[in-house]
Design a protein around this ligand. Structure first.
Ligand code: MEV
Length: 438
């Protein structure tokens, strides 16, 4: 249906819903009720959610689960995870328990630098531009002082600003490439405000620079924006234990398991089709914690995948080896996270998640999130290289299928019991439901 509307954002919530249901739905009452059943009865809480974004018409729930027993650098954590996919929380919990008995996870933040760029066009003499940049650089810092003052008091701020000549790749294209330390803030607002100030100062001062010709004075600012690629904001997470300790109740031969596990990681290091799925499994853990703690998972996703292809080929983010009888499995990834600002002080569940995690600093949260990713990958590879993932996965999926068919509690108990000894497939579950209902 081709129906446009102007002034939609100015309508009240109920007017917006009225327009939507009359324009797109045949059963308008049903459609309205679907939206309304997710409204929160606490009007203040509802208003808070309404105001997170624009044109809010309801809330979209994701399950908020927890994975206990994560021993990270000697400290025990219960990790909050917001995710819709079954098995992820169970897998994280299993991996946590497995490594709890083998010394836990080690994690370390290697660097915390963030990046932002002013992209601009200049068609004059590159040497004169460099002269201008050297002259104006202190002014760039000075003019941003009102923005950076508080951050500097806490030990952060602008680290450096460089002029980068990109004219080989794009005619007339240069950058102010700036690096920042934003401490416990993700820093998007801080960085973008600094960049926009750099752009204003840069353009204004260019007009006054005597060595520029009249044409050169007309620097064209294209845009000023932080980069979500943060290859110098890196955290490392690791587990290791003697190979012989890798066995567990599944009676897996530890040597054979270690060898197969390393092979699986090696495959993901050289084969992009496998690497994407391998890394997707890592992101199951990472995104879930990033979301639960109110951080921007799209930013994290974009940055992590760029990092996975930093040498020109998309590769595994994790690595594994066996050396002198010791199994080591590790990952280094870029993560720009905040524990202050953004949603962190606003969303009640995010506050809950932060307190659950002992109110971490951004560095501690980087470590926790990286560990969740490593644990997830360990659990996935352990299943894949032993039993296969479908066994566990379909058991978890069973509940989703039962809910799709509105199974009663009694039906659920009977069917779950039945599938303790039968293979779960979608068809088998549907048949079991039909059999019970006849
Ligand atoms: C499913 O969400 C994630 C896995 O496919 C990851 C992997 O294959 O490593 C199980």
């Amino acid at each position: 249906m081709n129906t446009s509307i102007s002034g939609f954002s100015k309508l009240s919530k109920s007017e917006k819903i009225d327009w939507i249901v009359t324009t797109y739905f045949t059963n308008q009452e049903d459609a309205k009720n679907t939206l309304k059943q997710y409204w929160n009865s606490d009007s203040k809480l509802q208003q808070l959610h309404d105001e997170f974004i624009e044109n809010t018409i309801t809330n979209y729930y994701l399950p908020f689960g927890v994975a206990p027993n994560f021993l990270i650098n000697g400290k025990l954590h219960t990790i909050p995870m917001a995710i819709e996919e079954s098995s992820v929380v169970a897998a994280a919990s299993k991996a946590a328990k497995f490594w709890l008995d083998r010394g836990g996870f080690k994690a370390e933040v290697l660097s915390t630098t963030k990046i932002g760029q002013v992209h601009f066009m200049f068609h004059g003499n590159a040497e004169t531009l460099k002269q201008f940049f050297d002259t104006v650089k202190p002014k760039l810092f000075a003019d941003a002082k009102s923005i950076t003052e508080n951050m500097e008091k806490r030990g952060g701020g602008i680290l450096d600003i460089e002029l980068r000549n990109k004219t080989k790749d794009l005619d007339g294209y240069y950058q102010l490439h700036a690096t920042f330390e934003t401490l416990d803030a993700m820093g998007a607002n801080f960085i973008n405000s600094c960049l926009e100030q750099f752009a204003t100062t840069f353009k204004r001062e260019a007009m006054l620079f005597e060595n520029f010709s009249e044409a050169e004075k007309q620097i064209e600012i294209v845009m000023s924006i932080l980069s979500n690629y943060v290859p110098n904001c890196i955290v490392r997470a690791e587990v290791s234990c003697p190979v012989k300790e890798l066995s567990d109740s599944k009676n897996i031969d530890p040597e054979a398991f270690a060898q197969k596990f390393v092979q699986a990681v090696n495959i993901a290091e050289i084969e992009p089709f496998r690497a994407v799925t391998h890394n997707k499994g890592i992101m199951n853990g990472i995104d879930a914690v990033v979301l639960a703690t109110g951080n921007d998972f799209r930013a994290v996703e974009a940055g992590v995948h760029a990092y996975a292809s930093r040498d020109g080929q998309y590769r595994s983010l994790t690595h594994a080896k066996v050396e002198n009888g010791l199994f080591t499995f590790w990952m280094e990834i870029p993560l720009a996270l905040g524990t202050v600002g953004g949603l962190t002080g606003l969303h009640p569940l995010v506050k809950f998640a932060m307190e659950l995690l002992h109110n971490p600093s951004a560095k501690e949260l980087m470590e926790i999130v990286a560990v969740a990713g490593l644990a997830q990958n360990f659990a996935a590879l352990r299943s894949l290289t032993t039993t296969g993932i479908q066994e566990g996965h379909m058991k978890m999926h069973l509940m989703n299928i039962l809910n799709q068919f509105n199974a009663t509690d009694k039906e659920k108990i009977a069917i779950i019991h039945h599938f303790k000894t039968h293979v779960v497939t979608h068809r088998a579950v549907v048949e079991a439901i039909e059999a019970i209902r006849q």
